[in-house]
Design a protein around this ligand. Structure first.
Ligand code: ZN
Length: 480
């Protein structure tokens, strides 16, 4: 019987991750352009469930889905000075149409502010046009100069959900930041992926933003993955793109904006956080196949076994479960177990001759490999309960694991020691000064994820560097 060990995953995470993408047929990274991968049918189905969840969460909170072109004119890309300064080094340019050089180059969007905001200027006239909450799911492009990694650091991010909102006042934009944070919490909780939310330091916020919040996930190797970001843009972009609205009193004011994004990195986190040495483990709600039925062949009455498999499948399908029967004749049951374990299917049902006569099935759950018999009549109810139990167990296990990797320390030495062995996240008292922040980053050889919201009241004592009164806890980690 298989065991749910995680030794290989944790010790050689990079290798495990690349292997899983190929072996579980999620994404093929052998495409002949560096940093580009191909979603394979099974991976695409996972991606579709994830984007469906994102759509539900955004549609349900009054966001409207749109689709903008992937090309942005150079003029628009350069409008917000900080924005272009940060992205300039990684923009892909389209310079030619056929053999002729273009008069104005086009950029492949590195993110969509500069594509969307000239249009918002046309769409927003008066206070009655506000608030406006739009989102899209599509590709963005970055000419990554660092080492690329499938899903985690790519040149074409194929699954970028970005939302952009417009408001009449700063207070409304702040309320939107809260809503966005709630949406993202709901999303990551549904994925069972635990996170910490940090306010990024000034020098690491989104280019052009007033401030940035980030959802960071600790990966099995102890490095963090920025998996979602929420930005209050203030009026920086509305001033650059001249987006004004007429107030009730007839004045003209610049709008207040927010934007927030989640990419396929969330799928990378989902796969990594729950996986084990036997393969990936999918949250039942996000599994393309939730239950796989394996007939255990018998020479005497193979047809009765198949009939029972079909009967069980029909019954469960009519209850809304996503089901497959593995009827391949060239594979042994053992080979099939291995095949579906690798692909993270939450539940396996085995049906053999004894089970047929007893009107039962053998249930094996993917996360613990626990085995039990269940009467066919009790299956629909039992499956629903099992899916819920498994979702809770996966979420809980991941959260406990993460909590054990967040370390509160008082000194730089302790922080450096922990980060050197990739122990996760360290939290240090910090005065909030950029100078001290940079010293921390240098001395612990890691990145400041930012401050923990609300940690101000709970922090006593002095900054780990200057010993002045700490203004909160700052988190540091070795980040992807
Ligand atoms: Zn300090």
């Amino acid at each position: 019987m298989a065991k749910a060990t995680r030794e290989k995953r944790d010790k050689q995470f990079g290798k495990w991750f690349r292997q899983m993408l190929i072996d579980a047929e999620i994404l093929d990274y052998r495409y002949p352009i560096k940093g580009c991968g191909v979603w394979m049918p099974y991976g695409y189905k996972i991606r579709r469930l994830v984007t469906q969840l994102l759509r539900q969460l955004h549609d349900g909170t009054g966001h409207d889905e749109v689709q903008f072109p992937v090309m942005v004119t150079e003029t628009n890309l350069r409008k917000e000075a900080e924005h272009i300064r940060d992205f300039e080094n990684e923009v892909f340019w389209i310079t030619h149409g056929g053999l002729k050089a273009l008069e104005i180059k086009f950029a492949l969007r590195p993110t969509s502010e500069t594509a969307m905001y000239p249009m918002l200027r046309l769409w927003i006239r008066s206070h009655s046009d506000l608030p406006k909450k739009l989102y899209q799911i599509g590709s963005v492009f970055r000419c990554e100069t660092k080492t690329t990694r499938p899903i985690i650091r790519v040149r074409e991010v194929t699954t970028f959900k970005e939302a952009h909102t417009c408001h009449a006042t700063f207070e409304e934009s702040e309320a939107q930041i809260l809503e966005a944070t709630q949406i993202y919490k709901g999303f990551f909780d549904a994925c069972g992926v635990p996170y910490v939310i940090s306010r990024r330091p000034e020098w690491d916020k989104f280019p052009g933003a007033f401030y940035s919040l980030s959802f960071d996930v600790i990966m099995p190797d102890g490095r963090t993955l920025q998996s979602g970001t929420v930005h209050n843009l203030g009026q920086n972009f509305s001033r650059a793109f001249d987006i004004q609205y007429e107030t009730l009193g007839g004045d003209h004011e610049y709008i207040w904006q927010t934007c927030y994004g989640i990419s396929e990195r969330a799928i990378g986190a989902l796969i990594s956080v729950h996986g084990d040495d036997n393969g990936i483990v999918l949250m039942p709600d996000l599994a393309p196949i939730q239950i796989v039925i394996i007939p255990i062949p018998s020479k005497e009455n193979p047809q009765t076994i198949l009939d029972t498999c079909r009967e069980v499948a029909d019954e469960l399908r009519s209850e809304g479960f996503r089901i497959s029967i593995d009827r391949r004749e060239d594979l042994t049951p053992g080979a099939k177990f291995y095949y579906w374990e690798l692909r993270g299917v939450p539940v396996r049902l085995e049906i053999g001759p004894k089970d047929v006569s007893r009107r039962q099935v053998i249930i094996v759950r993917r996360d613990t490999f626990q085995k039990e018999a269940c009467k066919i009549a009790d299956l629909p109810k039992g499956m629903r309960r099992l899916m819920n139990d498994m979702s809770d167990a996966l979420r809980d296990k991941a959260r406990k694991w993460m909590e054990s990797r967040v370390h509160r320390v008082a000194t730089l030495d302790e922080a450096a020691k922990l980060l050197k062995c990739r122990a996760g996240i360290v939290e240090l008292p910090w005065c909030g000064d950029a100078k001290c922040g940079h010293i921390i980053e240098e001395r612990v050889n890691a990145k400041l994820l930012g401050t923990q919201a609300g940690s101000e009241e709970r922090t006593h004592g002095g900054c780990a560097i200057c010993e002045k009164k700490a203004r909160g806890l700052v988190r540091a980690a070795v980040a992807y």
